[in-house]
Ligand binder design. Structure first.
Ligand code: SF4
Ligand code: SF4
Length: 284
């Protein structure tokens, strides 16, 4: 591990070098050198495929040595690229803030879908929403796959992704807070970080800053409805005495149970002192 850390050090230095974005107020703080953005955007699906293989191959995790090695590599990658959960309103604010500051927004096919060859006929595939210089790189690398979109188109899309039960996650660079690169809108059955999280407990993304809370009186009952239980990607909604309750420790604050609640019985409550890391400058 010592040698691995030493080998990674020059990369850390390169990634933290300041490079000005060209906007008066630098809101996205995407300071990685251009060649890093270029390589990451071009080969992201290969990186995702590798993570998928490492997280889902049983023999690797059955042997102490290979498990330790893969866990070390995975945790190293997570130190460079990490996500945090946003709810729909936060995602809307983020998009509006980015568009209003004059940054490019583009959307293209989810790299996890590409990596796993899971292109769907029934749900949207183009859910990867990229910003600023990161967007320009994807538009250059994948002209057929990524499209430049307007503020209003982006706002419409994020709402539609929410209605499909896709989880909004802003990904950034943990060594430099406030650096937002991409808003993933994740299908829980396709998302590779989600699978790695479920299968191996890798902390590829952080919880959002809110928790779901339910007004039991307004809940229509799990026999009559139960939509929130089906919708929650983290298994944090369960039936107790015919009503749907929240298991607080398991809740990631994604808000999908709020936007789907038929009885308008569910709301999000902000956790005391909780702050966003990557989207802090863009969301109230
Ligand atoms: S979606 Fe709302 S109304 Fe339906 S079971 Fe859940 S809390 Fe109750
Ligand atoms: S209970 Fe589940 S669906 Fe609702 S906010 Fe928490 S994690 Fe999201």
């Amino acid at each position: 591990m010592h040698y691995l850390r030493r080998a990674c050090f020059p990369l850390v230095v390169l990634l933290t070098l300041p490079l000005h974005e060209g906007h008066g107020q630098e809101l996205l703080r995407q300071r990685a050198p251009r060649f890093v953005l270029h390589l990451f955007s071009k080969y992201e699906h290969v990186i995702m495929r590798t993570i998928d293989y490492l997280a889902s191959t049983a023999w690797i995790h059955d042997h102490a040595f290979t498990k330790r090695l893969v866990d070390g590599i995975s945790n190293g990658v997570i130190r460079f690229i990490n996500g945090e959960i946003l709810d729909l309103e936060e995602s809307r604010q983020l998009i509006a803030g980015i568009a209003d500051a004059g940054y490019a927004i583009a959307v293209g096919t989810c790299p996890c879908r590409r990596a796993r060859n899971k292109i769907s006929d029934t749900v949207p595939n183009n859910t990867d929403m990229v910003f600023g210089r990161w967007a320009e790189e994807y538009l250059d690398n994948y002209p057929g796959l990524y499209t430049r979109i307007s503020r209003e188109e982006a706002l419409g899309l994020v709402e539609s992704f929410d209605s499909h039960g896709f989880i909004h996650q802003i990904y950034g660079f943990p060594l430099r807070e406030r650096a937002s690169y991409v808003l993933c809108n994740c299908d829980r059955d396709v998302c590779i970080p989600m699978q790695a999280h479920r299968k191996r407990g890798y902390a590829a993304f952080r919880k959002g800053r809110s928790l779901a809370a339910v007004d039991a009186g307004a809940c229509l009952g799990t026999d009559e409805c139960g939509r929130c239980i089906e919708r929650c990607p983290f298994g944090a909604r369960v039936a107790v005495a015919g009503k749907a309750v929240v298991v607080g420790d398991d809740c990631y604050g994604c808000g999908l149970c709020v936007t789907t609640c038929r009885g308008k019985a569910t709301r999000l409550e902000r956790k005391l002192g909780a702050q966003l890391i990557f989207a802090r400058d863009l969301v109230d």
